[in-house]
Design a protein around this ligand. Structure first.
Ligand SMILES: [Fe+2]
Ligand SMILES: [Fe+2]
Length: 246
């Protein structure tokens, strides 16, 4: 089996609160008696896309296990590349494929610079297609990106979700090896389906979305930071366990 952890939406801003919450979840993960095979961080790592915020992220996310990241709408590609990945500060989509215990984990860039809604652009869709096609036969794959491709039933995330989802649905139909789609952005631990696959939304580290039936103000800053554990077993079934870290 493969054991993955997922955190999302750290919104590191140089302030004490965001750093403390992110450090708390990382301390929890680093202290586990069985180390995770990898940690996925599904975007909104920085709050303003500043280089200093990514330098802070680099320090906080340091771990003995692989840490896989993708950007969110609060991230900025050039600063993300320079300070988090140590590569040239180019503006194109940041797509990275990782191989964790026989599972391909595709960390995809669904951001549109300057906008909150997301889209998998032609370059990213082509990269996903090529990467999946080149995998060994029967190798399972996970797709991770920031904006969920389905409604969350809250006006805030539903105003800036993933758009133009048809090509992604077509791609999934052609690639049964994709076991699940993992996202962040909605600041709520949620499960749904997309194109017949599980769609798992990781909780946020910074604040939790208050649903319309829970009250009016969308940001519940009192809830503790959350994380998800994803277990992928040998028959390709993904099971997710959610945790909060007090
Ligand atoms: Fe966010
Ligand atoms: Fe976001």
């Amino acid at each position: 089996m493969t054991l993955l952890a997922q955190i999302s939406d750290l919104h590191l801003d140089g302030g004490e609160r965001a750093a403390r919450r992110a450090t708390r979840v990382m301390d929890y993960l680093r202290a586990l008696p069985r180390e995770v095979d990898a940690l996925l961080v599904t975007g909104d790592i920085a709050d303003h896309g500043a280089e200093g915020e990514y330098e802070e992220a680099t320090r906080i996310l340091k771990a003995p296990f692989p840490v896989l990241t993708c950007p969110g709408n609060h991230d900025a590609r050039p600063a993300y590349r320079k300070a988090l990945l140590g590569t040239a500060p180019e503006p194109g989509p940041i797509n990275q494929a990782h191989h964790i215990g026989g599972t391909a984990v595709l960390m995809c860039d669904s951001t549109i610079p300057g906008r909150d809604e997301g889209r998998l652009d032609a370059e990213t869709l082509a990269w996903i297609e090529t990467t999946l096609t080149e995998l060994p036969q029967d190798a399972p794959a996970l797709l991770a990106f920031h904006q969920p491709p389905v409604r969350m039933h809250h006006p805030l995330p539903d105003s800036c979700m993933l758009e133009e989802t048809g090509p992604l649905a077509d791609l999934l139909q052609a690639h049964p090896e994709v076991v699940a789609v993992l996202t962040g952005h909605a600041h709520t631990a949620a499960g749904s389906t997309f194109a017949g696959r599980p769609l798992i939304v990781g909780p946020a580290v910074t604040w939790t979305l208050r649903m319309p039936w829970e009250g009016d103000a969308p940001a519940d800053r009192e809830q503790p930071p959350g994380l998800a554990f994803h277990v992928l077993d040998d028959d390709r079934r993904l099971t997710t366990h959610y945790r909060v870290v007090i």
